[in-house]
Design a protein around this ligand. Structure first.
Ligand SMILES: C[S@@+](CC[C@H](N)C(=O)[O-])C[C@H]1O[C@@H](n2cnc3c(N)ncnc32)[C@H](O)[C@@H]1O
Length: 272
């Protein structure tokens, strides 16, 4: 007669050990599969098929959820950026915070080099996979150094202080450094931080904390001393439009502006 040499309790223990062990093996296997697919670029290829809006939602940037007149920033950008998707160039984003938009750009532009700048030193630690310069967006020497170190710089996205004087200062330094066909994008121009004469002021004034509400502002220049007036935004846009329209004839303007597109809270400027 067949003799059972393993007690029922022992077999339960063995079964448990086996299932734990195989669970560990399965986890290890999944890790290997994930690593291999990363290595052969599987994930990157999958992401390469997604829209900027989808990638923005996946990586969690408000560029995908900030919607005015039915369109998000990502949705608008796609019209300008689609043709550059497979190209090699450098994109600089001013304002990194948690690095989620850098990850989105990196997933969208598979061959581009994505770099950032933030005044908050912690931003560089939060985006360790990217080259993040630490400094204020109005530091002209730093911006010139970035442009020198990245001669293929073609797109600048300003999502940093949202304070007019700082925003304009970055533009003055970086826009002339872009090549023909380059794009300069300024987000949230006119909103949130945000002078009391802005028409949306009532809605944007959080506990009366004008201009100091934005995380990271404490590291840069004292924004409470800066004006953030709607009139200055209009003057800035008019100057760009004048440059675009009259550049070829009026030698007092640079003639560097190919177009200036005004979207809600958003300015997209093309380089001649
Ligand atoms: C809107 S968050 C950036 C969000 C990020 N682009 C995204 O979509 O996930 C703004 C960032 O600008 C940074 N900032 C504020 N003032 C700045 C300045 N003067 N120069 C550079 N960055 C600044 C803040 O530290 C903050 O991280």
């Amino acid at each position: 007669m067949y003799a059972c040499t393993v007690s029922p309790r022992r077999s339960v223990e063995r079964a448990r050990e086996w299932s734990v062990d195989s669970g560990v093996r399965r986890t290890r296997l999944w890790k290997l599969v994930a690593k291999a697919s990363e290595r052969i670029g599987f994930r990157r290829r999958q992401e390469g098929r997604l829209s900027l809006e989808s990638l923005g939602l996946i990586y969690g940037t408000d560029k995908a959820t900030h919607i005015r007149n039915g369109r998000s920033y990502c949705d608008i950008y796609e019209d300008y950026l689609r043709a550059r998707r497979g190209r090699r160039f450098t994109l600089l984003e001013l304002g990194v915070r948690h690095g989620v938009s850098l990850r989105m750009w990196n997933a969208y532009f598979r061959r581009a080099s994505v770099i950032g700048l933030d005044v908050d030193p912690g931003a560089a630690d939060r985006a360790p996979d990217f080259q993040v310069y630490v400094g204020s967006q109005d530091d002209a020497d730093l911006l010139r150094r970035i442009a020198d170190e990245h001669p293929s710089l073609e797109i600048v996205v300003d999502d940093a202080s949202h304070m007019n004087p700082l925003t304009f200062a970055s533009f003055e330094t970086l826009f002339p450094r872009l090549p023909s066909g380059g794009l300069y994008i300024i987000e949230d121009l006119a909103p949130g931080a945000y002078g009391p004469d802005w028409p949306g002021a009532e809605a944007a004034n959080v506990d009366g904390a004008w201009g100091t509400a934005w995380p990271g502002h404490e590291y840069g220049p004292d924004v409470s001393l800066l004006d953030n007036r709607q009139a200055d935004i209009e003057a800035f846009r008019n100057r760009l439009a004048y440059d675009c329209d009259l550049g070829p004839w009026d030698e007092s303007v640079s003639g560097e502006v190919a177009f200036v597109h005004v979207w809600p809270s958003l300015l997209i400027v093309g380089r001649t």
